[in-house]
Design a protein around this ligand. Structure first.
Ligand SMILES: Nc1ncnc2c1ncn2[C@@H]1O[C@H](COP(=O)(O)OP(=O)(O)OP(=O)(O)O)[C@@H](O)[C@H]1O
Ligand SMILES: [Mg+2]
Length: 258
């Protein structure tokens, strides 16, 4: 067995030659290979239209790739029918989006319990306690009975993170969760994701444009025209800016170790 195979078997997420085409134009994703070990925080970066959200949707089973293979914790998503894919998303994946979708008819606590209820948990004290523990971890236990509309953007984003983590998912996918936040609030949100990785062993894939956000992660992966064109371990802000600039200015592809 090769080293790569060993790594992939223990991986939280593995993409193997994943492509996604829409219509006749250039593919949005073009042969992406990516292995994310458990307990790792990875940033996906690249200019607008480079395929970041498409990568996230394919990796999270929200969209089927047109070629290649996606595995979550060893499960090949192509082997799942629609119902199985829905269950996998519900039970094993957490989502945080920029335009987050808290349910306005529910209070904060009910929003956090939603994934558990959808997974078949019964309403009651045990469920509420779990939601409150999650809200406590994001510093919002005292807002549990509030409506989402009474919270600030950063507070809502923290509720979305509590909700994404409540079912202890194998992988959390976050698409620009800090784009609408001020730097201090954004740092608070990123710190929460970092803690989920460090203290609870979660795996997080974060799409971001922000070089500062990338510094919270273990690895930054750079996309250009649907391809991975570079990677940085323990990215620092300067290196990330340079990498982003290199692709933007010259379109030159950095060497990628496969
Ligand atoms: N449903 C779709 N139908 C057709 N084309 C699509 C669809 N979704 C994405 N695309 C195209 O695929 C490419 C990649 O889009 P994607 O949303 O993944 O980019 P992105 O890197 O997330 O950009 P941004 O930073 O602006 O969010 C773009 O050219 C986009 O127009
Ligand atoms: Mg996007």
């Amino acid at each position: 067995m090769t080293t790569t195979a060993v790594t992939e078997n223990g991986a939280a997420l593995a993409l193997d030659g994943v492509s996604r085409a829409y219509g006749r134009g250039a593919p949005a994703l073009d042969g992406v290979d990516l292995v994310v070990p458990r307990g790792r925080f990875v940033a996906v970066m690249g200019r607008s239209g480079s395929g970041k959200s498409t990568l996230l949707r394919c990796a999270a089973g929200l969209e089927r790739p047109t070629a290649g293979r996606v595995r979550i914790g060893g499960t090949d998503l192509a082997t799942l029918k629609a119902a199985g894919l829905t269950r996998l998303r519900r039970d094993r994946i957490g989502f945080v989006f920029q335009s987050l979708n808290l349910v306005s008819a529910l209070n904060v606590r009910e929003n956090v319990t939603l994934p558990l209820l959808l997974a078949g948990a019964r309403e009651g004290r045990a469920l509420d306690a779990r939601a409150l523990a999650g809200l406590d971890a994001v510093g919002l236990a005292d807002r549990a009975e509030d409506r989402p509309e009474n919270l600030s953007g950063g507070q809502r984003q923290r509720v979305a993170i509590a909700r994404a983590l409540v079912n202890e998912p194998e992988v959390v996918f976050a698409d620009e969760p800090t784009a609408a936040l001020d730097p201090v609030t954004a740092a608070g949100v990123l710190a929460l994701l970092r803690r989920a990785v460090d203290e609870r062993g979660r795996t997080v894939v974060l799409v971001t444009h922000d070089p500062v956000a990338a510094t919270w992660t273990d690895e930054a992966v750079f996309l250009d025209r649907g391809r991975i064109v570079g990677r940085l371990d323990r990215p620092d802000e300067t290196a990330v800016r340079e990498a982003l600039g290199a692709h933007a200015e010259t379109g030159r592809h950095l060497a990628v170790a496969r």
